[in-house]
Design a protein around this ligand. Structure first.
Ligand SMILES: Cc1cc2nc3c(=O)[nH]c(=O)nc-3n(C[C@H](O)[C@H](O)[C@H](O)COP(=O)(O)OP(=O)(O)OC[C@H]3O[C@@H](n4cnc5c(N)ncnc54)[C@H](O)[C@@H]3O)c2cc1C
Length: 405
């Protein structure tokens, strides 16, 4: 019989959401183990990786407070002070600037692998939270009031609190019997690293096209590189992915309306079908879901992991709050508060993004006209613009202390 390691909290999944929770629990006094199937995260070097995230100020704060931001090589982090969003089928345009809202930057573009490697370094350097890699969870079951987690190699861990941070295809969500059906958006995101003839000038650009948005996210390097997220219908994605290098570069340059001159792919392109998901519940019987295990949103506003890291920070905050009130940290009331604080907020974002997608898909002249007039009005209305910029910074809603400035 394999030995059973007793812990207080087991986190399944060491992506950015699980990594943030592990960081937030450093020094908490609870015995925490994070289990991840992947190999030990290492800091990327060389050319930018194709998977990047636009992190909000709130996410940057959380990473700084958990020690991970200091582990990121500054040369691999690209802040952006400007954001330009325009309608490819008209003249509507909105331009945001960090100075208008008294911010240092509107956001930061960082490779996902770099964030996880930095989180891993911060957690392992602190020493009290255990982060095990190469540890695929094979089986989870509830024994009286404890969760028992079995790894593929036969090791067993048990704890009263289980956190599912295991991504969109969450096995923890399935074990808990929480419905979270995937909904196909019809879109596929093509991602990759691109060389641009003109510099990015620290500006994140997004062109809305009726077939889907194209984002040009400024990357570290010589100031001429960016990461693209080009969302298109599945059939169009298939056509684009089959194109030779020159033809693809030409199609991409055209889609960007030549805003940065000629664009050229620097590495391979990858395609991800975009599915949405929202778990009907985030908590059950001493267990909670965070990050993509709980919700998957369209990447058109770059919000996915920003929401996931807020989940992690709020959950850690509710554990502490319960303890301060003399309750077990995994008390049902603490978990219910976590769900209340996060599920509504995430549902709002999911619905807003769905609305945006539909609005920009409309080919009718009337809708296009309204859209363009609306965008230009927003661009001239300073208070509305400030409000939207505050949202983009992640400064809105019920923020955990870890995310506040
Ligand atoms: C094209 C694209 C662009 C995006 N751009 C942005 C952006 O700009 N900004 C933004 O905020 N978000 C963005 N997102 C969303 C963001 O990438 C996701 O929200 C985020 O990566 C999810 O992180 P996570 O930690 O919840 O899950 P994941 O990153 O999926 O991590 C899950 C972890 O669980 C582990 N795991 C799974 N099963 C097991 C098991 N049985 N045993 C042990 N470990 C297990 C895996 O190894 C993995 O490490 C984008 C998404 C896409 C598709």
């Amino acid at each position: 019989m394999a030995s059973n390691t007793e812990r207080d909290i087991l986190i399944i999944g060491g992506g950015m959401a699980g990594g943030l929770l592990a960081g937030a629990l450093i020094g908490s006094g609870w015995r925490v183990t994070l289990l991840d199937a992947a190999t030990t995260p290492i800091m990327p070097d060389g050319l930018g990786r194709p998977r990047v995230s636009a992190l909000t100020e709130a996410s940057q704060q959380m990473l700084a407070r958990t020690g991970a931001w200091a582990m990121l090589p500054p040369a691999r982090v690209q802040p952006y002070q400007d954001m330009q969003v325009w309608d490819g089928d008209g003249t509507g345009e909105v331009h945001f600037n960090a100075a208008e809202v008294g911010a240092e930057a509107l956001g930061w573009i960082v490779e996902n692998d770099a964030v996880v490697a930095a989180q891993y370094q911060a957690v392992t350097a602190a020493g009290d939270v255990q982060w095990l890699t190469g540890a695929p969870v094979q089986n989870i079951r509830r024994e009286q009031d404890l969760w028992q987690v079995m790894l593929a190699d036969g090791r067993v861990f048990s704890a009263p609190m289980l956190v599912g941070a295991d991504g969109a295809r969450s096995g923890v969500r399935d074990t808990l019997g929480i419905p979270g059906a995937h909904q196909d958006t019809g879109h596929v995101a093509i991602v990759g690293t691109v060389q641009m003839a003109l510099p990015h000038d620290g500006c994140a650009r997004q062109r809305f096209i009726h077939t889907g948005p194209l984002a040009l996210l400024p990357l570290f390097g010589d100031g001429h590189q960016c990461s693209i997220v080009w969302s298109v219908w599945a059939a169009e994605a298939e056509r684009l992915m089959a194109l030779g290098e020159d033809a693809f570069n030409e199609a991409l340059t055209q889609a960007s309306q030549g805003c940065r001159g000629a664009l050229r792919m620097l590495g391979p392109r990858a395609a991800f079908p975009i599915r949405e998901l929202h778990a009907s519940d985030y908590v059950r019987d001493g267990a909670a879901l965070i990050g993509d295990a709980a919700h998957v949103v369209h990447p058109l506003a770059g919000q996915g992991i920003n929401l996931g890291m807020l989940d992690a920070a709020v959950l850690a905050e509710e554990f502490t709050r319960a303890r301060e009130r003399g309750l077990p940290f995994y008390h049902p009331a603490a978990l219910a508060r976590y769900q209340r604080r996060r599920r509504g907020h995430n549902a709002l974002m999911l619905n807003a993004l769905r609305g945006f997608k539909v609005l920009f898909e409309q080919p009718s002249l009337e809708v296009r006209l309204l859209r363009n007039v609306g965008m230009n009005l927003v661009n001239r209305a300073a208070p509305v613009k400030r409000l939207l910029a505050q949202q983009a910074l992640g400064r809105s809603g019920d923020m955990p202390a870890l995310a506040r400035r």
